[in-house]
Design a protein around this ligand. Structure first.
Ligand SMILES: Nc1nc2c(ncn2[C@@H]2O[C@H](COP(=O)(O)OP(=O)(O)OP(=O)(O)O)[C@@H](O)[C@H]2O)c(=O)[nH]1
Ligand SMILES: *[C@@H]1O[C@H](CO)[C@@H](O)[C@H](O)[C@H]1NC(C)=O
Ligand SMILES: *[C@@H]1O[C@H](CO)[C@@H](O)[C@H](O)[C@H]1NC(C)=O
Ligand SMILES: [Mg+2]
Length: 436
């Protein structure tokens, strides 16, 4: 550590300096300073900075694409914390997602590098995988778990204010104590992980509303469960987009998608005028630059989106009619379809639209990339289409919109959705303009 020198004075002894630095800080921060001050001790002790760890999890039924959105909110909290202390975000392992239903493949404790490019994430905020946390922090213990919840009384007088308070737990606690008084529960499938303390926090507001509390406690590792209760600090702003841009898909998945584009859709970055850089911080493409491959990209969200007979989701026949008229309008011969439809529906699709193209993984590919990776490959191919049409209010479609915004497509080719067969107004998705 370079001792800060006061101008005109000889450097005071190091110990005095540490004491001075400590005195100027609130108690818990003083402890951290003392850690940093260990530079005067043997080198080994000083090697690892004593950083604090933020962990989080999301309500189990939430899907992959909403979870990607929660990451953006938590990242802005980390940015706020970093203004005061050294924190690192521990990436919550993927798994046990309701929609990942492919049988016989291991879909639990999946590290982030299987889906995202972790060095790219690191250019935005400090992140580590969960297994690195285990190694670095000294074991499977989380000092403090906070279960986030809303306020039992709702909004008082209907006026919105940002607030956070420790409160009794509203829902039944999903953690229970073992015979050593450690808390056991779902820690991303790591059964040996324990919580030392669990409490419930009622929260109303954006992610950074919790920062003062985190800076005021001594727990070195803190997990926020049900982190989707935090809202965006600033949805759609520069900070939002920086984090979103840093969420680069893992290269092996992009390569599979690109090979599929080349082999089946006559689409390459060069022909499509796609300007792509491996380094997201160097990418800033003017909207309208990318023209996309010679195909229509369509995301047809089915399953739970049709069970409720929602009126903003079309029948298969309705979707095919829309696809046919778009192919004609944009003079395209091919359509790439991403869908979670059941076999019966995809057969109907194939019958009505024999020329359609899908990414259909064989068993080896499915085992290798998993349901999450296959969904990313679908999204990547849709993101490179000349024209994209998605499903109303599907976060899967929203993530494709953002990807196309980053790639520099004309918004007219992106913010489109299918209309329900009987839908009268059919409002189209909002253009969330990228901010650099
Ligand atoms: N491969 C693939 N999977 C899909 C597609 N559409 C939906 N899925 C799967 O179904 C899931 C979508 O449902 P959810 O789990 O509810 O969550 P979500 O990802 O937040 O997205 P939405 O429900 O669409 O808002 C995705 O995460 C995928 O696993 C698709 O076009 N291709
Ligand atoms: C910080 O902690 C102290 C002691 O627990 C408490 O009295 C104080 O209200 C806390 N301040 C904030 C901002 O949370
Ligand atoms: C592929 O696209 C190029 C133009 O970008 C075109 O000249 C060529 O004929 C296309 N090939 C096929 C097989 O469609
Ligand atoms: Mg969903």
């Amino acid at each position: 550590m370079a001792a800060p020198r006061l101008p005109g004075l000889p450097p005071p002894p190091l110990l005095v300096l540490i004491a001075l630095a400590a005195a100027a800080q609130p108690p818990h921060q003083a402890a951290f300073r003392a850690g940093h001050g260990a530079a005067s001790l043997p080198a080994a002790a000083a090697a690892a900075p004593r950083r604090r760890y933020l962990l989080y999890d999301v309500n189990p039924p939430e899907g992959f694409n909403l979870r990607r959105d929660v990451y953006i909110r938590v990242a802005s909290l980390i940015k706020t914390l970093l203004k005061h202390e050294a924190w690192v975000l521990v990436l919550p392992p993927w798994g046990r997602l309701y929609h990942w239903q492919s049988p016989d493949i291991h879909q639990i404790r999946i590290p982030w590098f299987e889906f995202f490019d972790v060095p790219s994430l690191s250019k935005n905020i400090p992140v580590i995988e969960y297994e690195e946390f285990l190694a670095e922090s000294g074991g499977p213990f989380i000092d403090q778990v906070y279960v986030l919840q809303s306020y039992a009384e709702g909004w008082k007088d209907g006026t919105w204010e940002e607030k956070i308070d420790e409160r009794p737990c509203i829902d039944q606690l999903m953690y229970s104590t073992d015979k050593h008084k450690y808390y056991r529960g779902w820690f991303w499938g790591y059964e040996e992980t324990r919580g030392m303390n669990v409490a419930c926090l009622s929260v109303q507001g954006s992610a950074s509303v919790i920062a003062p509390l985190l800076l005021n406690i001594s727990a070195r590792s803190v997990m926020l469960d049900r982190a989707e209760n935090l809202l965006h600090d600033h949805y759609g702003g520069k900070d939002y987009w920086n984090t979103r841009r840093s969420m680069v898909f893992a290269k092996h998945l992009r390569v599979v998608g690109d090979m599929f584009r080349t082999n089946f859709l006559n689409s390459t970055d060069e022909k499509d005028r796609t300007q792509y850089s491996e380094d997201w911080t160097k990418m800033k493409v003017k909207l309208g630059t990318a023209i996309g491959g010679p195909y229509l990209g369509a995301h047809l969200r089915r399953k739970d989106f049709i069970w409720g007979h929602r009126n903003d989701v079309p029948s298969i026949q309705g979707a095919v009619e829309t696809i046919r008229s778009l192919l004609k309008l944009h003079k395209l011969q091919r359509v790439f379809i991403a869908t979670d439809a059941v076999a019966k529906e995809t057969e109907e699709l194939k019958r009505l639209l024999p020329e359609m193209v899908r990414f259909e993984p064989n068993w080896e590919e499915l085992e290798l990339y998993k349901d999450g990776g296959i969904a990313i490959i679908d999204q990547w191919i849709c993101a490179h289409a000349r024209y994209f049409i998605g499903t109303s209010v599907s976060t899967f479609s929203f993530r494709i919109h953002e990807e196309r915004e980053i790639l520099g497509f004309d918004p007219k080719t992106t913010y489109n959705r299918f209309c329900g067969d009987e839908e009268s107004t059919c409002e189209q998705p909002t253009h969330w303009k990228i901010v650099y």
